[in-house]
Design a protein around this ligand. Sequence first.
Ligand code: ATP
Length: 258
Amino acid sequence: MTETSPLLSVRGFSKTYKDFVAVRDLSLDLHPGDIMALVGHNGAGKTTTLRAVCGILTPSAGTIVINGHDLAADPIAAKSAMAYVPDDPRLFDALTVWEHLRFVASAYGLRGWEPAAERLLEDFELTPKRDRLTMELSRGMRQKVAVACAYLHDPRVILFDEPLTGLDPPGIRRLKDSITRRAGEGAAIVFSSHLLGVVEDLCTRVLIMSRGAARFSGTIAQARERFAGGSGHATLEDVYFSATGGDDPRDGERENPS
Ligand code: ATP
């Protein structure tokens, strides 16, 4: 790996469910420090892409390389370098918050993880909930537990699918601060959200998906250049509607876009 090697490289990724092409021919590179917003209408293919990148879904075509490891050829090395926070994290009802962290530490073979775990509990205001069963926590607190678990092994690539749902304003700020900090330390982040105002001040890059394909991929400034004539006043929402204008959400449609 050279310094310029991407931490995440997706080439020609497609995913077909029976005869329906959910994502087609998607390629992207993310480097250390990149925070990429993944945006698009309902059904555009965002979750399908994230689930493939984290190895839950097998691509119908294409390659995914994480920190230099091909996900198909060397899944353990690839997955060791990444973390995924799904939109509806499944926790173990019968484990406490601390036991979740212990479980993650054990799964990744971490040693001396306890001080980092304590700091994560502090960061996300979970210290008072340390010994509570997660089934007793609110939705937002469960979301924070999922994020703390995702951070514990210091992943190089972190994927968030709609992570803001259920978080209160301080929780949103803490999550955004933690993402900025981790990117500053060299991680690459993908952040899927419909809350364009929030992603605008957090993300350095944007991937706009439409009907299973990339409509635009680049920096926020490049997106403004392309879709808003370079206007510094254009918001990401302006850019989004210009880029996707006229597209109807296809969720529920069964057309094949290929
Ligand atoms: P949202 O913003 O609503 O979360 P999304 O961009 O994440 O949407 P995906 O969940 O990736 O969209 O879905 C993309 C398309 O693939 C949708 O048309 C969806 O109905 C379809 N799809 C997703 N999972 C399956 C599946 N298991 N079987 C068949 N079709 C699926």
